[in-house]
Design a protein around this ligand. Structure first.
Ligand SMILES: [Zn+2]
Length: 380
């Protein structure tokens, strides 16, 4: 299935469904009829297989019956319906992915006292569409969590705030500051792009927490951790430990062309190593862009992408390359072509049409200004 089908402006097809795409939420615990996998669905199939095995074993232990007697979940289960079985470790997750180019996710998870929304999409239109889906779930949003300050994750906050004015908007101190300062001018840039309906006035977080805080929201415990100097200057990861669900924001994407424009490719590799170490127990990761997948797989693939990018840029910025440390247009095009061969059909995460050109410029400038001897081994 091409990525465009995932990011078609509708909610994701449920992990639980084997029939038509009628469901609106998926569960980290329920498994159902397998679909024929291709593209991003290969990952979903792997998740399904792991979950199905776990459910079968658990059900068999409970019932004292053979594994084959385990009863699967049904495809007609209503969105975000609480599961009677395995409630201790289940997290019901809804997802809305805006359209490509620049598709981005918002997720809503079922807490005991309502829905917690994670990130708010880029545009007002996208947020209104997601809001309509969320209203279908029949429960109020009781909190909004922001993973980072990039425009595609905070632009829709005002729509959700007006719809659910009682729901606090949470962000870490670093992300809240990054929103206020916008020192890279990303909001103005997004407003200036053709067809953008990025808000003229942003809605800012009203619950600012310290780095590493554990939050108790609507009866649910959510752990936070900061991963600065990676995809963005500041970034928060949210982790729901009972279901081992990881919400890494844009530290992870799934089969997408990421934004390396902040020139932290080495920092991102370092933080991905930290992410892997910190969340070895994580099962499913719900990335900022692209479909949910097994967490450790997504981390490994994100590392491989950035390493390959740096591998291609490295000879271009050597002092003995044709233009020395400067990157020529021909060199830039060659890097982009090589990345597209290695990662074909990976839609860009930003609405910026020249994202890849900007990525090459930023990583080249980063690598040209670093002394290899000073870099950690992972970045050499
Ligand atoms: Zn993003």
């Amino acid at each position: 299935m091409p990525a465009a089908d995932v990011a078609d402006g509708t909610v994701d097809r449920p992990l639980t469904a084997g029939g038509p795409a009628t469901g609106r939420a998926h569960s980290a615990r329920n498994a159902e009829t397998p679909r024929r996998p291709c593209g991003p669905d290969r990952d979903l199939e792997r998740i399904e297989r792991v979950k199905k095995q776990a459910i079968a074993v658990f059900a068999a232990i409970l019932a004292g019956t053979p594994l084959t007697a385990a009863r699967p979940a049904t495809a007609t289960e209503p969105a975000l319906a609480p599961s009677k079985a395995h409630a201790e470790a289940e997290l019901r997750v809804g997802r809305f992915a805006s359209r490509n180019p620049g598709s981005v996710n918002t997720y809503w998870i079922q807490a005991p006292e309502g829905l917690i929304l994670i990130d708010t999409l880029r545009t007002l239109t996208d947020a209104r569409q997601a809001l309509a889906r969320i209203r279908d779930a029949g429960q109020p949003v009781v909190a909004v969590l922001l993973t980072h300050a990039h425009p595609d994750h905070v632009g829709g906050a005002g729509i959700f705030h007006r719809a659910f004015p009682q729901a606090p908007i949470y962000a870490s101190e670093a992300s809240a500051r990054a929103m206020r300062e916008d020192r890279r001018g990303l909001y103005e840039l997004t407003r200036s792009l053709p067809g953008s309906d990025f808000p003229q006035k942003l809605t800012y977080p009203d619950k600012v927490f310290r780095a590493g805080a554990t939050l108790t929201i609507a009866g649910m415990t959510v752990r936070t951790a900061e991963f600065p100097g990676a995809e963005s200057d500041a970034a928060t990861v949210y982790y729901e430990p009972r279901s081992r669900s990881l919400f890494p924001g844009d530290l992870l994407g799934n089969r997408v062309t990421p934004a390396l424009v902040e020139g932290h490719s080495c920092g991102w590799l370092i933080q991905l190593g930290r992410l892997r170490t910190s969340y070895r127990a994580a099962e499913v990761a719900y990335p900022g862009h692209g479909a949910p997948a097994l967490a450790l797989d997504l981390i490994a693939r994100q590392q491989a992408y950035i390493k390959h990018f740096r591998h291609l840029v490295k000879p271009v910025v050597r002092t003995n390359s044709p233009a020395g440390r400067r990157v020529t247009r021909t060199e830039r095009r060659a890097v982009i072509a090589a990345m597209e061969r290695a990662y074909p059909g990976h839609p860009r995460v930003a609405s910026l049409p020249t994202l890849m050109e900007e990525n090459v410029k930023a990583v080249a400038a980063e690598m040209a200004s670093a002394r290899p001897a000073d870099l950690p081994r992972i970045c050499r």
